[in-house]
Design a protein around this ligand. Structure first.
Ligand code: IPD
Ligand code: CA
Ligand code: CA
Length: 274
């Protein structure tokens, strides 16, 4: 059992203990985000469409503090602080303290805390907490995926015609021709419906829960994908790049689906513009 603030030294550490620590950290950071949402926050602009708030930074510190209290030797890769001091630990926590910052800044309640864990380079655990809805998505390698403790599974849609798809756009949308608008237009004409929620981590959870049938995006970062990729995989979904190779969270292309529509999605993504 995990005792508050007590360091754990065993290695390998039980997955239950790691999960408990990640869940506690996600709840603490989620509560902090709700507090900032109510009390107000400061916004800084990385560019006109890419912003960061003091809530992002506070939530990140909160997650790191919670996890470090138990695992002081573990490594961290966090969106706002980057890589923390390197130790030889096989554990790497990959954190997006606030996925959906633009939504958060506008009071649009679709954002989350995302905490993934790599062990020896493989993503083995994912926790994503949506504090506005009180939805906690969790997965541990080979143990399935859960929403608030109940098993979840990807959908059964077999065709794009019957699929609800989701995507997102990177912050350099104005600077690059590889801005995903071409794919967006094609899928808009093929899918039953298309959404852009503004939180890649929740998009992955919704594929895992069967709410979306497929999700694709370009130029995501490891912290957008780490936790969600475990959750989709454990919910029975498939994750690749646009070429159909197994997903690397350090790559820049992601396709996540229920498996059944995956090849149809790849075909659209690889269609040559006439
Ligand atoms: C962003 C969101 C968004 C996606 C962007 C991400 P942030 O993360 O996940 O849905 O389209 O590519 O950068 O900045 O809100 O953590
Ligand atoms: Ca993000
Ligand atoms: Ca973020």
């Amino acid at each position: 059992m995990l005792q508050p603030g007590v360091p754990i030294s065993d290695d390998p550490i039980s997955r239950d203990i790691l999960l408990q620590a990640a869940v506690a950290a996600s709840h603490a950071a989620g509560a902090l985000l709700l507090k900032y949402a109510e009390a107000g926050f400061r916004i800084e602009y990385k560019n006109p469409v890419n912003l960061v708030t003091d809530a992002d930074r506070a939530a990140e510190q909160c997650v790191i503090d919670c996890i470090q209290a138990h695992f002081p030797t573990h490594r961290f890769l966090a969106e706002e602080r980057g890589r923390l001091e390197e130790t030889p630990s096989p554990y790497l926590w990959i954190i997006d303290p606030l996925d959906g910052t633009t939504n958060f800044a506008h009071g649009y309640p679709t954002y989350c805390v995302s905490i993934g864990l790599e062990y020896e380079g493989r993503c083995v655990l994912g926790v994503i907490f949506d504090p506005s809805r009180g939805e906690l998505f969790t997965a541990v390698e080979q143990r399935g995926a859960q929403l608030n403790g109940r098993p979840i599974h990807v959908s059964n849609a077999r065709t794009l015609d019957s699929s609800l798809l989701v995507t997102g756009f990177a912050y350099d949308i104005r600077e690059t021709p590889h801005n995903n608008l071409d794919h967006f237009v094609r899928f808009a004409l093929k899918a039953q419906g298309l959404r852009r929620t503004g939180s890649a981590a929740l998009d992955l959870c919704y594929v895992a829960a069967g709410r979306f049938d497929g999700f694709w995006e370009v130029r995501l970062n490891p912290w957008d994908m780490a936790a969600g990729s475990v959750i989709v995989r454990e919910a029975g979904g498939r994750l690749t790049d646009f070429g159909g190779k197994d997903l690397s969270i350090y790559g820049r292309e992601l396709v996540a689906s229920n498996g059944q529509i995956h090849n149809a999605m790849l075909a659209v993504l690889n269609q040559k513009t006439p």
